[in-house]
Design a protein around this ligand. Sequence first.
Ligand SMILES: Cc1ncc(COP(=O)(O)O)c(C=O)c1O
Length: 411
Amino acid sequence: VAEPPGDPLADRYADRARAMTVSEVRALFAVAARPDVISLAGGMPFVQALPGDEVLRVVADVVGSQAAVALQYGPGTGHAGLRARLAGLMAEDGIEADPDHTVVTVGAQQALDLLGKLFIEPGDQVAVEAPSYVGALSAFSVYQPRYLQITMDDDGLIVDELEDALAGGARPKFLYVCPNFHNPAGVTLSLERRRRLVEVCRAAEVPIIEDNPYGMLRFEGEPLPALRSLDPANVIYLGTLSKIFCPGIRVGWVLASPPVIERLIRFKEAADLCSSNLNMLVAEAWLSEPERWRGSLTGLIDVYRSRRDAALSALQRYFPEGSRWTHPAGGFYVWVQVPGMDSRALLPSAVEHKVAYVPGTAFYPDGRGVDRVRLAYCYPPEDAIQEGIRRLGELVARPVAGAAAPGSVAR
Ligand SMILES: Cc1ncc(COP(=O)(O)O)c(C=O)c1O
């Protein structure tokens, strides 16, 4: 997407502004938000499934009973009562979390930005999964790193590949991973790989940033231990309430060692002084009644599981032979490969046919992924998901001029 022309300040901007291009996702959201388009693009939680009257009651209670705190500035670390609740959530993942080693952020997205600011000098190497969450790539790219991309398969990041890169002299400042129901790949890092990954990173002194927005949205199978629980000293853990409660509340957090937390708080205070006390108190109150939040979470999981099923059966039915896709056991996304497809070139016709997706190229810093698409099944109802995938299936089956030859793009 071109920069706006005739900008009189164009030569004043810092280099990092030049490094930031408009994300494909932003352009896409405008189109995908049109009511006549079936959007399999954005990972938007289905907030309509939340009990609206309960949410309203919690907000009213907070304002009614704690207005002097809720409407005031708060500490940069975040509200202590909420941090204690978040420690309780992490305990469910086997993580022993001291609330004092936690800082509340404006979504996990702010945590990614603050961590980029803390660790990355221009030109530093950072290791990421290939593909990676597009928002993490945007957050880190502000600080102008070089990316070391580690391939994934159906069991998540290929640890051997990371080990080979380290043996070959790679020295990333950190490794960023999303082990559960990956965005965009939909896969989960296996137990054996989790164990090896923490060993390899510990031995090479590469800290791990573990991003876990979807871990509680499991449809089937047994939960796997968080990397943080396997190696508390070397893993910085990110959580968020966006997918298990709602993203509008913008509550995320970081759990890390005290020196990292202290530095993050300084950056956090410089960026926004503090997160919203009102939102933090609402989040704390929401989490204070286990029956309520667990009940609502179970409802969300049921919705997402049926939508996942609808997406997988439609792919089976409508996508051309030779296509491959992942089988997410939780979360929001299925990652589809159609050999020979050019997912960027195809997008305008998809939108003409009133269906939207995110092209695979958005999830790699180097333009790979042209024969992949990410389909998010979290938001539209089952019949719309099936119809959307039917329309896409027809389009991808047509040859596109200038498309990559099958097999020419590395995974
Ligand atoms: C992997 C991953 N990390 C972080 C985020 C950001 O979440 P938040 O809403 O907490 O900022 C998302 C949102 O989609 C995500 O998928």
